[in-house]
Design a protein around this ligand. Sequence first.
Ligand SMILES: Nc1ncnc2c1ncn2[C@@H]1O[C@H](COP(=O)(O)OP(=O)(O)OP(=O)(O)O)[C@@H](O)[C@H]1O
Length: 254
Amino acid sequence: MLLIEDLHVSIDDRQVLKGVSLEIQDGETFILFGPNGSGKTSLLMTLMGFANYNVTKGKITFKGKDITHAPIYERARLGIGMSFQRPPTIHGLKTRHLISMCAHHRDREVDVDALARKVNFDQFLERDINAGFSGGEIKRSELLQLMAQKPSLLLFDEPESGVDLENMALIGNTVRELLNGSQEPKLDLSLKDLRAKRHTSGLIITHTGYILDYIHADRGQVLHDGVLCCEASPRVILEHIGKFGYKECVRCLK
Ligand SMILES: Nc1ncnc2c1ncn2[C@@H]1O[C@H](COP(=O)(O)OP(=O)(O)OP(=O)(O)O)[C@@H](O)[C@H]1O
């Protein structure tokens, strides 16, 4: 589904990604770890196509199409959706209107109120996007946009940040539903069959790993100073970082 080859990205004159290569298959969920400032958000912003992130070398292919220099709307139309760490406030744009726009491409009209009720967000629909929203409310607003858009590749930048434990369950379960599509996985399926049934892929940044309690994450890696290293199961990586910190990752780069 997503193929990133030798991606080099600069913001102004500063190189933030220094040769990232990564493949995410249909239905696969990939977890990205890394210390502050290592380039994780920059990777997601580049995949979404934001202008400040200049691809100086490398290629991004999505569903077989070269999207390295494609505009944001084309990537969204192809099926890439993103939940931001710190999304902007948009005065003058009601949440209801944005949710309707996110669902615009779908065949059937979406019941925005019913969708919002799923994430306890119906009472926020008449408010401007993110205007005065708390950390947890911002996350629910982001999720609601994705639920309306139904992308086939979900990019999540720290779904747990600013979320209390009670809301974490709501957010974790909603992320799982988005990744599984409408289909809840049956417990008796093998991992291979489970993956074959999922068509939505995920690329999720986490510092705490709380999200791992709710989703099935297939693979993980650490991004260290703009370079990927330490590929392992996400739980193993989390445990390793907890014990030794990120400086141990440097050993994998040698
Ligand atoms: N618009 C910008 N202008 C200048 N530098 C930027 C800009 N955006 C990001 N950077 C720099 O690029 C580097 C990577 O930032 P990025 O946000 O991708 O890191 P991160 O791994 O997501 O960090 P965190 O875990 O703290 O969220 C940082 O040093 C950051 O200051």
